[in-house]
Design a protein around this ligand. Structure first.
Ligand code: C2E
Ligand code: CA
Ligand code: CA
Length: 538
């Protein structure tokens, strides 16, 4: 066998390509995890914000409703006039309603009394905020937290009794923010309770009212505004809004915390995938290594399947089919290892091995039997599929006259992508006297006018068509069609895969003279084939 000069270029390109794909596939789970988890976390945070904003608005409704109802009772009972009964009544309310810290009666912007005592003289209510009252009698107005006489800060709820008088309650601001612990723990970014005019009533966190999106009842419950994520819900009965916000940094922090765990999971997945890919690669390189060993240690052998002249029942040749007797795995079918050898470029060396061995095994015999020919299968790479002009001499026999050789090629080899080099090589072989057969004819997609451009001698009708002939067949439109094409193009036909006598009779009736298949003989070693010819042809 002619020793290969080197297999590096094909291997190196293949390896680089393979490594890139491996790296890409191994990192894919990580990247997908990270991107996917960000959107997942963002959605989760938006969902939590929405829940919190809605709950805060509903809670404000309840607190204000209770406060309004109590202030209304005080207004009705006292008509906004201070006396001991009124003070007693107010004290009772402060005692019973947990979140009300103090109640007072205001006339003409003066605090007249609270639930503890009468103010003499009355205390002036000077700040504009404190005097905020509703437009209509019986309604309430909210005042943001302010220092109170008892110390600490309270929210003021002013209940309008009439244009000059109101009753007010001081409320513990914390009561509105049931979830404030979440905020302190950094679970939620900011919570605000905002009046319709944009004034903040309660603020937990660092958000300022200037950064808020325009408040409106129809606003989307979750939206991005100036880069921050907001969830806004309006109170059902009062002109206030609950706003929950999160900054991108807050979302990122949360994502990063979860992403770290996901990264670990992704890392384990990547590692597993990487190991699997590596094992797979090892397997394929192992097979490649084993293919070299097969050539060097003579694990390949060739079986010859007789080709019959069906008219005279004589053997006129054989197709050489390679076999691999693997020491550990037993007989490996050619379709399995040929495919791998085609992928890694080793097929050329296998074809050379084949040519060398056919020459050795049958050279003398064929020289003595000039009417017998041998066909062998070429793969696209043998015909320069990769654009490299693999000298056609590499495909030549040294002993067997080329007039007795048929090279079998498939339609794939003739595809425009690589036909230029292929056509040249085919022409070179034909010039030596060899014949060319188109294998598996009918299974490809080439148009006939396209095939006509190539120098062919035989069409081998694929077994699939022969299988379509059953014992009752009197006409198989397809085969008749193929016969017509072949004769109009002056190609000779070979039918392959004949398993039954009726198939042979049918083909003969259609004018197909050459046939191959288990009906005549299965592929056999060289010695058996020579004996077969002697027996059949005498
Ligand atoms: P192919 O060139 O179409 O070869 C014909 C296949 O059909 C062979 O299978 C042969 O054993 C099988 N065969 C022949 N008559 C019958 C029949 O009556 N019934 C059935 N069921 N099968 C039949 P094999 O040897 O397994 O080869 C399979 C394929 O592997 C071949 O298809 C060819 O494409 C490829 N191959 C085999 N040897 C070589 C080789 O030396 N070089 C290259 N490049 N390819 C080869
Ligand atoms: Ca073939
Ligand atoms: Ca075939």
């Amino acid at each position: 066998m002619r020793k290969p000069q080197g297999r590096k270029p094909i291997d190196r390109v293949f390896l680089r390509y393979e490594l890139t794909i491996m790296l890409f596939l191994a990192l894919l789970p990580e990247v997908l995890m990270l991107v996917g988890s960000y959107f997942w976390i963002e959605t989760r945070i938006a969902h939590e914000m929405s829940f919190l904003a809605n709950a805060t608005a509903r809670r404000a409704d309840n607190i204000l409703k209770v406060t309004q109802a109590n202030l209304k009772q005080i207004a009705e009972k006292t008509s906004a006039q201070c006396d001991l009964d009124a003070i007693e009544f107010m004290r009772d309310k402060v005692f019973k309603v947990m979140f009300i810290r103090e109640i007072g009666i205001i006339n003409d912007q003066k605090l007249m009394c609270n639930d503890v005592k009468l103010f003499e003289p009355p205390v002036d209510i000077t700040t504009l905020e404190q005097t905020a009252i509703a437009e209509n009698d019986g309604e309430i107005a909210l005042v943001p937290p302010m220092p109170t006489l008892q110390g600490g800060k309270s929210i003021l709820v002013n209940y309008r009794v009439n244009a000059n008088s109101y009753v007010n309650a001081l409320i513990d601001p914390d009561i509105f923010a049931e979830f404030h612990d979440y905020v302190r723990l950094g679970e939620i970014s900011d919570v605000l309770l905002v009046r319709e005019d944009g004034k903040t009533v309660i603020s937990l966190g660092s958000m300022s009212e200037q950064t808020l999106p325009p408040l409106s009842e129809t606003a989307a419950h979750v939206q991005y505004y100036n880069g921050n994520l907001f969830s806004i819900y309006k109170s059902a009965d009062y002109p206030i809004y609950a706003v929950v916000s999160a900054t991108p940094a807050f979302i990122f922090r949360n994502w990063w915390r979860d992403a770290f765990a996901l990264l670990l999971i992704g890392g384990v997945m990547s590692l597993t995938l990487g190991l699997l890919l590596k094992r797979n690669r090892n397997n394929s390189s192992l097979l490649q290594h084993e293919l070299w060993q097969a050539i060097e240690n003579n694990q390949f052998c060739i079986h010859y399947q007789p080709l019959m002249d069906m008219v005279n029942n004589r053997c006129v040749g054989a197709e050489a089919l390679i076999r691999w007797q693997h020491p550990g795995k037993g007989l490996i079918p050619p379709l399995v290892f040929i495919l791998i050898a085609e992928q890694n470029g080793m097929i050329r060396y296998i074809t050379q091995w084949l040519i060398d061995h056919i020459d050795t095994e049958l050279g003398d015999f064929l020289v003595q039997h000039p009417d017998i020919h041998i066909s062998l299968n070429l793969s696209p790479l043998d015909l320069g599929e990769d654009g490299k002009n693999w000298v056609s001499e590499a495909l030549l026999f040294r002993q067997i006259p080329h007039q007795q050789i048929i090279y079998e090629i498939t339609e794939h080899t003739l595809m425009p992508k690589h036909c230029q080099v292929g056509k040249k090589i085919i022409q070179g072989l034909r010039n030596q006297g060899a014949k060319i057969a188109l294998d598996d004819f009918g299974t490809g997609y080439s148009s006939l006018s396209y095939l006509q451009r190539f120098p062919l001698d035989y069409l081998k009708i694929d077994k699939a068509f022969i299988d379509s002939i059953d014992s009752a067949t009197t006409s198989s439109g397809l085969i008749e069609h193929i016969v017509n094409i072949a004769s109009s193009m002056r190609y000779e036909l070979i039918a392959e895969g004949i398993e039954h006598e009726y198939q042979m009779h049918y083909l003969l009736a259609q004018g197909v003279k050459l046939g191959q298949g288990w009906f005549f003989a299965k592929p056999m070693p060289a010695a058996e084939f020579m004996a077969f010819v002697q027996k059949q042809n005498t």
